[in-house]
Design a protein around this ligand. Structure first.
Ligand SMILES: Cc1cc2nc3c(=O)[nH]c(=O)nc-3n(C[C@H](O)[C@H](O)[C@H](O)COP(=O)(O)O)c2cc1C
Length: 419
């Protein structure tokens, strides 16, 4: 008896379990059990009698075995969200919109994909042969998608899909729980293999260190505006006085926002404390200060020594520095020319050493915490400040000499004296 089964299910369970036993005529309990086993990785779903050619692997905990019969009448195309890469020894085809992915060990797949780079009919094959089963697997994993009457896949005109960039959706799907089987969180994957980076960055600019003025924090805590006033009056300021910021203002701003209060050695590497919150207490950021105009201080590009609270000169104005200022101005719709741009760079591996799956997402969240701290301090100091959403990471690398993969920029904040 074929209780609870639709023809679609029959088609998938005719495929093979991990042990190579063909299954057919199963009831719904068995299907549920199979789904649970597939989700746990105990059963693999294959596309043909030859094992390991194409394996479908669930990536979501609501994965169902449901497999639509696919139409050879309509056109199909490779999804713009699909990608292939090499992972843990296998070639993988996956998409952030799907609830499963494919392990690919068969060149037929690349032939199918190439034939569907533009809207096309499925490669001719018999209804239940390997190519057709492979197409069904590719469709199930949403590597290929059907085209509608417009001749384009749904994702080309559906507003829910159109407004997602491929890389954004991929990042979202893999940096949160739900669509990934990767171990997430503080797993210390490299402990014992790679040394964690120290809290203090080694750099070659210490010789040009110049201490910055420090604010009197106990006095400020007596006379400063209230937190409520700072929050309620905070706004982005894009109009500045023709008089530049003073060095005292710049020193106070950096001290109150991003200085290092102390370093805390732990068994899992050095942690730090700064005025803003930070994932894991790791404080992976470094700060570069581009001074276009500051009273009593030369124009130039500086490293902020957050431990000793001072600026180290990296270079006097260069073409890249002028372009960095110009890009900051463009980012603010050319409403203003910043007097100072603070570039937030990340030493990526400080976080990557501890966290998997969420390391980069955490770094971007940390930038949010920095921005808000900068906004509130700027408000309390009556200094004009504005977060910037875009900046050139390669340019920063050229200016610092750092490797793009090791330390590059992930945020910018501009400052100027208020009108
Ligand atoms: C992450 C982030 C990125 C931003 N990027 C820019 C930007 O590139 N250019 C700009 O002029 N303002 C930028 N802003 C400022 C916002 O435009 C501003 O916060 C928003 O319009 C609300 O206005 P308010 O800050 O005055 O309350 C950014 C703010 C944040 C938090």
């Amino acid at each position: 008896m074929n209780r609870g089964l639709t023809p679609h299910y029959v088609n998938i369970i005719e495929w093979l379990s991990k042990d190579g036993i063909p299954l057919d005529g199963c009831d719904s309990n068995l299907i549920e059990m199979l789904e649970a086993l597939a989700r746990s990785g105990s059963v693999e779903l294959h596309a043909g009698l030859t094992r390991d050619k194409l394996i479908l692997i669930p990536s979501r905990d609501d994965f169902k075995l449901h497999l639509d019969l696919i139409s050879s009448d309509c056109l199909w195309q490779v999804s713009r969200f699909a990608y292939m890469h090499f992972s843990d020894g296998v070639l993988v085809a996956r998409s952030p919109i799907a609830d499963c992915w494919l392990s690919v060990n068969d060149e037929t797949v690349s032939e199918i994909l190439y034939s569907l780079k533009l809207p096309s009919h499925l490669p001719a094959s018999e209804p239940n042969d390997y190519v057709m089963n492979a197409c069904r697997m590719l469709a199930r994993a949403q590597i290929i998608v059907p085209c509608g009457s417009s001749g384009e896949p749904f994702e080309a005109h559906d507003p829910e899909y159109r407004q997602w960039d491929f890389h954004d959706l991929l990042f979202h799907s893999l940096s949160r729980l739900g669509r990934t089987t990767q171990r997430m969180g503080g797993v210390y994957a490299f402990r014992g293999e790679i040394e964690p980076l120290p809290a203090a960055k080694e750099h070659q600019w210490a010789g040009s260190f110049c201490a910055l003025p420090r604010p009197d924090i106990p006095r400020l805590s007596q006379i400063d505006i209230s937190l409520t006033t700072a929050i309620e009056t905070r706004r982005s300021i894009r109009q500045y006085s023709i008089v530049p910021l003073s060095l005292e203002q710049l020193g106070e701003f950096l001290f109150r926002t991003v200085r290092t209060r102390y370093i805390l050695p732990t068994a899992a590497g050095e942690l730090l404390s700064r005025p803003y919150a930070n994932g894991g207490g790791i404080y992976e950021q470094e700060f570069y200060v581009t001074i276009d105009a500051c009273l009593d201080y030369p124009r130039g590009f500086y490293y902020y020594d957050h431990i000793n609270h001072g600026l180290c000169l990296i270079s006097y104005p260069t073409a890249d520095m002028e372009l960095l200022i110009d890009e900051a101005s463009a980012s603010a719709a050319r409403a203003v020319r910043p007097q100072v741009v603070i570039t937030i760079a990340s030493r990526f591996h400080r976080l990557g050493w501890k966290y998997r799956g969420m390391a980069y997402a955490t770094q971007l969240k940390n930038v949010g915490a920095i921005y808000q701290t900068m906004y509130l301090v700027a408000t309390s100091m009556n200094v004009g400040g504005c977060a910037l959403g875009i900046g050139n990471s390669d340019r920063l690398c050229r200016m610092t000499g750092e490797d793009y993969l090791v330390e590059s920029s992930i945020g910018e904040f501009m400052l100027g004296r208020s009108l």
